[in-house]
Design a protein around this ligand. Structure first.
Ligand SMILES: [Zn+2]
Length: 251
């Protein structure tokens, strides 16, 4: 059910074991061919499909579009919370949910740059409430919950990147009216000779145009297959959250 459409008495009547899903995303450049709101559109659509599948068993918050995207600021239009501001913003939002008595919180992430601060804030909340044993605090990237679509969808590159074949395909399915000249978008490889170490980067280090991967390979059919796969993965994951016993570590 949708938090934004409920009255406060309706929220107050909900069981506090109901998982609260908080989609987090971004408003950041997505190459020359995709809109700035791409990550927010995509995680919003995955969350919408998941909410439809799970009915009244989860409480879905609106997408938090302001993300941690300072590494994209070299490109016009990107709006971003500085990392420490982002930590405090997520912390405040989680504190509100806990204040209302809910115990199972899932940050459903749609933007890679949110992963590290999102995980950090969950650890901080857990440590602040270290005497409680009834909290379940989770972050999940919607594209990384089990399935490997590259194994099942013909013609798909090996992994999701940025404004890539995967994201372009899903946007083509969702908002074809917003797609630019993806056929002319150059191919940029991620690379990284220093793996498996983590190397700090800003987007122009990797791609002068703001995207990574091969957008020209996108199709709406691939996009629909990806959205179905990811929505199914998120629903299966949330069923595990619903089934949690309320105390134990292992589920
Ligand atoms: Zn993206």
């Amino acid at each position: 059910m949708l938090l934004a459409e409920l009255s406060w008495p309706a929220v107050n009547a909900l069981p506090r074991d109901m998982p609260v899903i908080m989609p987090i995303a971004a408003l950041e450049q997505h190459g020359p061919h995709l809109p700035l709101f791409t990550d927010s559109f995509l995680v919003g659509e995955v969350a919408r499909r998941t909410n439809e599948a799970l009915g009244d068993r989860v409480l879905l918050a609106p997408v938090t579009w302001l993300g941690n995207s300072h590494h994209h600021l070299d490109f016009a239009g990107t709006m971003t919370a500085a990392p420490r501001v982002y930590l405090d913003m997520l912390r405040t939002m989680i504190d509100c949910v806990l204040h209302h008595g809910f115990k199972r919180i899932v940050l459903l992430n749609g933007h890679g740059g949110n992963s590290v601060p999102g995980q950090q804030v969950l650890y901080e909340v857990r440590q602040h409430h270290r005497d409680r044993d009834d909290l379940l605090l989770l972050l999940a990237n919607y594209w990384a919950l089990g399935s490997d679509p590259a194994q099942s969808i013909p013609g798909l590159r090996h992994r999701i990147e940025h404004a890539c074949q995967w994201e372009t395909s899903m946007m083509m399915r969702l908002r074809p009216d917003l797609i630019g000249d993806y056929k002319s978008a150059a191919k940029f490889e991620w690379g990284n000779p220093f793996q498996p170490a983590t190397r700090a980067w800003t987007m122009p280090d990797v791609s002068p145009e703001g995207h990574v991967g091969e957008p020209a390979l996108a199709t709406a059919e691939i996009g629909e297959a990806l959205l179905q796969t990811f929505a199914g993965d998120v629903a299966a994951f949330l069923n595990r959250v619903i089934a949690w016993g309320g105390r134990s570590w292992n589920g």
